[in-house]
Design a protein around this ligand. Structure first.
Ligand code: ADP
Length: 288
């Protein structure tokens, strides 16, 4: 599909890419960053963010673009302890990878490496087409992280925490984005409450709001459902479904095998330092 944008500084034919197999969902990318997500039906006026948009089906379909994640020959250890070795992973746009594995198998290490928090010892890691070694800032801009530590400041309010992180990422229209993110996780009423006064589950919800605030294209979630009540888990499921429906991607670790199998479009286990897709079945079998 070719798309033309008019009335913008980019008024020229762009080689945009349809980055999702989902019907009637088009992501419009510029310099490999998702700029707009357009959900359309045949009767929709072709309008995106005030820009006129025409589309034609074109047999010269552009290549599908970079993967959400490409990892080749990753090695990562701590001192003498090898944790990940010769690990390969390819994750497409709109995919949801659930990672299982026993304690200490390296799930958190993999997420930390993908988010740029831990430096690989060897191998190549690309996030949204950006090599983490060569373009770490551009890669990190594409990633939202929910880790065991919420990266929240106890003495700041919910809104202040998000505003602080939003400034780090130079988020445009920050006040509105903060309000939207708080609403998305059901914390609008608690915008002015200090983090230390929130329950563990609410802090987790705020951490999720922080992860989505700068509208990344990839979410990395380390056991995000732990500590959430049933309604919050359902709300997280809805958020993640919407996320992948719009062609963005997720990698999530969990020990909840039932939930992981329902949420993930792919499941894998880390076994002996590698991602093992077949091994995940054994892991799931053992968990029953
Ligand atoms: P998982 O998330 O699957 O439980 P981790 O990635 O947290 O596993 O840990 C993998 C291994 O690396 C464990 O043996 C852990 O003790 C070790 N490890 C993790 N982080 C560090 C660190 N910062 N320094 C030293 N060893 C670490």
């Amino acid at each position: 599909m070719r798309l033309w944008l008019h009335g913008s500084p980019f008024e020229k034919q762009l080689n945009c890419r349809e980055r999702t197999g989902k019907k009637n969902v088009v992501q419009i990318c510029f310099e490999d960053r998702i700029k707009w997500v357009w959900r359309h039906s045949k009767s929709d006026a072709p309008e995106v963010s005030g820009l006129e948009l025409h589309s034609t089906n074109n047999s010269e379909i552009a290549p599908s673009g970079p993967q959400a994640i490409e990892v080749l020959g990753l090695q990562k250890g701590y001192g003498d302890l090898p944790v990940l070795w010769d690990l390969n992973l390819s994750l497409g746009w709109g995919e949801f990878l659930v990672l299982f594995g026993s304690n200490g198998s390296g799930k958190t290490t993999l997420l930390r490496t993908l988010s740029g928090q831990a430096r690989p010892d060897a191998g190549t890691v690309r996030v949204a087409g950006h090599d983490l070694r060569r373009r770490p800032r551009a890669a990190r801009r594409q990633v939202g992280v929910v880790a065991h530590s919420g990266f929240l400041y106890d003495d700041l309010t919910c809104a202040e925490n998000l505003t602080f992180y939003g400034r780090l990422y130079s988020v445009e229209g920050l006040k509105t984005r903060v309000a939207e993110a708080l609403e998305r996780v059901g914390l609008s009423q608690r915008a002015d409450r200090r983090v230390r006064s929130l329950s563990h589950g609410m802090q987790k919800r705020l951490a999720i709001a922080r992860a989505i605030l700068h509208q990344p294209s990839l979410l990395l979630l380390d056991e995000p459902e732990s500590g959430l009540d049933r309604d919050s888990v359902a709300a997280l499921a809805a958020l993640l479904r919407e996320w992948t429906d719009s062609g963005r991607s997720v990698v999530m670790t969990t020990h909840n095998t039932d939930l992981g199998q329902v949420w993930g479009s792919k499941v894998a286990a880390i076994i002996n330092g590698k991602l093992d897709f077949d091994g995940a079945r054994n892991y799931l079998g053992a968990g029953r």
